[in-house]
Write a protein that binds this ligand. Structure first.
Ligand SMILES: [Zn+2]
Length: 218
């Protein structure tokens, strides 16, 4: 199998995992991975359950379609994918969802604080929420770049969330973990005031994750 088809198959498999986990519904959400010249992304307006590997669209750094076997358009949110790849050499895959609990918190416009040690999965002591801007705009992309700086996930105000990683496996796992954390945080706020970990406790967690080389769930 050619390298680009391996990537397209990877996008399909990650899309199916997100569907199975309930992180996507209908045609919402999009995924991409870095390609040779730019990136390969899920198409616009197609329900993820109807996707196949040939539906993926390769997009150049200036937004030109390089390859689209079925003449699909790229996701309407391709712009922030392009800008994340341009600004982050360490990132090769991006997962964006409108999953329920992350979206619920995003409408508050607040970062998720360190209420649970696994917040460090996103690379720091919080999961920031970007400023609001219209979907598909350069302004939204700019806001996301700020919110995800030195992190591997952020919420998007009044919209959803993004997880990024060195490969599709990492980005998908972080997206699933962030959605789980968002669910626990929403539920904790419903029954009380979450007790936050302090700076020293979060530094310990972040250091321990660094020593693992990659975060683990145990
Ligand atoms: Zn979106």
């Amino acid at each position: 199998m050619k390298k680009d088809m391996v990537q397209e198959e990877g996008l399909l498999q990650s899309s199916l995992i997100l569907n199975r986990k309930g992180l996507n519904h209908g045609a919402t959400g999009n995924l991409s991975c870095r390609g040779n010249d730019a990136f390969i992304i899920t198409p616009s307006g197609i329900n993820l359950e109807n996707l196949d590997a040939d539906a993926m669209v390769e997009v150049g750094i200036n937004g030109d379609i390089i390859k689209s076997k079925n003449n699909h358009k790229p996701s309407s949110e391709w712009l922030f994918h392009r800008d994340i790849y341009a600004s982050r050499d360490d990132i090769n895959a991006i997962v964006h969802t409108h999953s329920v609990f992350s979206s619920t918190l995003s409408v508050l416009g607040e970062s998720i604080p360190p209420f649970h040690y696994m917040i460090a999965v996103a690379g720091g002591d919080s999961i920031r929420c970007s400023e609001y801007a219209l979907f598909g705009t350069q302004e939204l992309s700019n806001n996301i770049i700020v919110a995800i700086k030195q992190r591997k996930a952020c919420l998007i105000s009044n919209h959803g969330m993004i997880a990024i990683g060195k490969d599709l496996n990492e980005a998908t796992n972080i997206a699933i973990e962030v959605e789980h954390l968002a669910q626990v945080y929403v539920q904790a706020k419903m029954i009380g005031t979450p007790k936050l970990l302090n700076d020293r406790q979060m530094c310990e967690v972040i250091d321990k994750f660094k020593n693992y080389g990659e975060w683990r769930k145990d």
